[in-house]
Design a protein around this ligand. Structure first.
Ligand code: FUB
Length: 322
């Protein structure tokens, strides 16, 4: 499979892929040259809108449906439209997105459309009870009850470490250190209207091979950002980025609420600091959509989306197709 960027007329990252109306839709971040100095807070990722893309085949042309949502149309947001995701219910489409509110605190917003391509109309306020970044929506199939969940969270610039006490602590700039449990992504059930949380926000536990929570110092395996959940053969897969060690890894559970058990790596480090992905089944094959910074020659905040075929063996182990 080609390692070329899927989209090269604009910079794109954090691709969330879904099959809607028989086609593959991509909901990525739209990177721009912000002109800002790079820092660990991620200020240089100063994105201002989202485009939606679709494709009939993973090797075919990609259609750019144009601006689906812009910062100036979101009443509560002030900056940094980071990694989004989308979901469908009863023929309506929901775009979940993180942005800084007017106080500089990351929240998750939702915008609605009758088409998977948008444009999306944002709700006037962020989803009550949400915080941090990188929303991922997972909707059970009808046979399993159809419940919808919203996962979110990311450390460092994503501010998850600021919420350890339950309220926002702007001075909590560093993640936990030492032999203490690492911070986990958050999850809550979505209401039937898909625009509010139906239950409490829960911290997911990710266990090691001995059944102990992954430790904060275990940077090769601990959660950093970019949670993605998919289900295959009754198993829930939570995949995510390890951030400063630049891996995409995964863990499995028999429940969407965990606990999850760490299983291994999906992708080794790519060109560029961040790594962020989605996993989707399309026309009987599994695919990993992800990004690197090859289109800009390695500029961390000017990224491009790529796709790779994934395999899942009899034991449920994920691997890139060789
Ligand atoms: O694109 C901005 C941020 O970079 C995302 O929210 C993170 O997951 C990382 O890819």
């Amino acid at each position: 499979m080609s390692d070329q960027p899927l989209i090269s007329h604009v910079y794109t990252a954090d691709p969330s892929a879904h099959v809607f109306e028989g086609k593959l839709y991509l909901y990525p971040s739209h990177d721009i040259d912000s002109g800002l100095e790079s820092n660990d807070n991620g200020d240089q990722y100063a994105m201002r809108d989202y485009h939606v893309f679709s494709m009939e085949s993973v090797t075919g042309p990609v259609t750019d449906h144009g601006v689906a949502l812009a910062l100036e149309d979101i009443p509560w947001a002030s900056a940094q439209l980071w990694a989004p995701d989308a979901a469908e219910r009863d023929g309506r489409y929901f775009l979940y997105f993180p942005a800084r509110d007017k106080d500089g605190i990351f929240r998750i917003g939702v915008a609605v459309s009758d088409s998977p391509a948008g444009p999306f109309l944002p709700d006037p306020e962020p989803i009550a009870g949400t915080f941090s970044i990188d929303p991922c929506s997972f909707v059970e199939d009808a046979a399993s009850g159809g419940a919808a969940y919203l996962y979110f969270g990311g450390i460092w610039g994503g501010q998850l470490q600021c919420w350890q006490s339950g309220t926002f602590d702007k001075d909590a700039r560093v993640e936990p250190m030492g032999n203490v449990p690492a911070l986990g992504p958050r999850v809550a059930k979505l209401s039937d209207d898909m625009r509010s949380l139906a239950g409490p926000v829960i911290e997911l536990t990710i266990l090691d091979e001995h059944g102990n929570p992954l430790q904060a110092d275990d940077h090769d395996r601990r959660f950093f950002e970019g949670a993605w959940v998919h289900k295959h053969n009754g198993v829930y897969y939570l995949s995510y980025s390890t951030g400063d060690t630049h891996f995409l890894v995964y863990a499995t559970s028999d429940s969407p609420l965990g606990p999850f058990t760490y299983q291994g790596r999906i992708l080794e480090p790519v060109l560029g600091w961040t790594t962020h992905h989605s996993i989707v089944q399309y026309q009987d094959k599994w695919y990993l959509f992800h990004h690197d910074a090859s289109l800009s020659g390695g500029v961390n905040h000017l990224r491009c989306v790529k796709v790779k075929e994934l395999t899942c063996d009899e034991a449920g182990k994920l691997a890139l197709k060789q």
